[in-house]
Design a protein around this ligand. Structure first.
Ligand SMILES: [Zn+2]
Length: 396
């Protein structure tokens, strides 16, 4: 008889919103899957028993928006998340139909992290900050995007489009083309909104299950309004219709002021994500998932809620809740152990506005497919900075 578990995490405070667990229980792992969860599991024969007393344990984090294809200027290695509790890293359209097969072969299939990806409606995905991917609408190829997305359904999860300066004055047409591709592939669209996007049009056209990312981007955000409701009517209608609102923090897309106003009007995000890429990973932003999550504790959200929006909510958006996002027996053995440090911590938004919080989520261990990684143990070299990158770094 083999021992029941390869790895047993004992005495941790488990928060698993999908199963409504919020208390001290053990988690047993066998052959890369959650084998059992419950009070005082039998450790007999288990070679790796870890005492998690005094810390929290939750499902491995699902980062719904990052950039993990290093064949372009934005991408970084998704394994960086193994230092931060992230076990599922979703690529938000760093590649398009032309380079997705290479992204899949060289990165998705070889990474120690689980990588899923939105395929950009622009043929090569993200270009560069000096001339973005849809300044010329001829780059948008809905037919080919749909063929590649549908043909890679095991790892492709939707169609990406960015609306704002990168779509010049044809943002609404770009959104229409992305929706055409998504409809043909029977997948959701993830629409990035930034300065220059026509928010009313976007909110009116996104379908149930489609995702609007950068929902709390600052200053030019026209979704909030000085009305008694606090926002434009299209926002409420979109939420009622089932549109998903995602954070996508990044280096320009999270403003305390916007988030605070939204919270005051009872408008919360559906999913918390980093928009981690070559720029936001670097100083001064230094974005990572536990940091972004801590900002939502700072805004008054409960720990359980923050965990839910960083795990099962994202898995649900992707239609993959049976595979990951919870600690249900049979799910992948993707786990985050963390502590919540108390003290005085300074958090800054992407406009360099500071707020002080009294709690910080600090990763202790990441388990992906049953293998444990300590913070800092996964080294991820970053590509060099070029003169063209200064467009981003100097605009802080
Ligand atoms: Zn992004």
């Amino acid at each position: 008889m083999p021992p029941p578990f390869d790895l047993l995490i004992r005495n941790g405070h488990v928060i698993d919103p999908a199963q409504n667990i919020d208390g001290i229980v053990d988690v047993g792992i066998r052959e890369g899957r959650i084998a059992s969860i419950g009070a005082t599991l039998d450790a007999a024969g288990c070679k790796d028993v870890r005492d998690a007393a005094g810390t929290y344990v939750c499902p491995g984090l699902v980062d719904l928006h990052g950039h993990w294809y290093e064949g372009g200027l934005y991408g970084i290695n998704a394994e960086i998340g193994l230092n931060h509790g992230v076990t599922t890293a979703v690529d938000a359209g760093t590649s398009g139909f032309a380079n997705f097969p290479e992204f899949r072969r060289a990165t998705i299939e070889t990474s120690r992290a689980r990588i899923l990806a939105f395929v950009h409606v622009s043929f090569m995905g993200l270009h560069g900050p000096f001339a973005e991917e849809l300044v010329d609408l001829r780059y948008a190829r809905p037919r080919e995007t749909a063929i590649v997305a549908a043909g890679n359904r095991d790892v492709a999860v939707g169609v990406k489009v960015r609306l704002g300066a990168m779509t010049a004055d044809h943002g609404n047409q770009a959104l229409d083309l992305a929706i055409d591709a998504a409809r043909e592939a029977e997948m959701p669209v993830m629409a990035h909104v930034s300065a220059g996007a026509d928010e009313r049009y976007v909110l009116d056209h996104l379908r149930p299950g489609d995702i609007l990312t950068h929902c709390f981007h600052g200053r030019t955000n026209r979704m909030l309004a000085d009305t008694p409701e606090g926002f434009i009517p299209e926002l409420k209608l979109a939420r009622e219709r089932g549109v998903i609102f995602d954070i996508g923090h990044g280096c320009g897309s999270f403003a305390w002021e916007t988030a605070q106003r939204a919270f005051e009007h009872h408008f919360w995000p559906d999913t918390i994500s980093t928009d981690l890429h070559r720029y936001s990973v670097d100083s001064p932003w230094l974005v990572n998932m536990p940091q972004v999550m801590s900002k939502f504790l700072c805004l008054g959200m409960s720990l359980k809620d923050v965990i839910a929006k960083s795990t099962i909510a994202a898995a649900n958006v992707l239609g993959r809740a049976s595979e990951f996002g919870s600690l249900r027996p049979g799910s992948a053995a993707d786990v985050m152990q963390f502590r919540v440090r108390t003290g005085s911590f300074t958090f800054t938004d992407t406009h360099r506005a500071a707020r002080h919080g009294d709690r910080l989520i600090e990763p202790v261990l990441t388990i992906r497919k049953g293998i444990a990684y300590k913070p800092g143990s996964v080294s991820v070299p970053l590509r060099q900075v070029y003169p063209c990158d200064r467009v981003v770094f100097d605009n802080v």
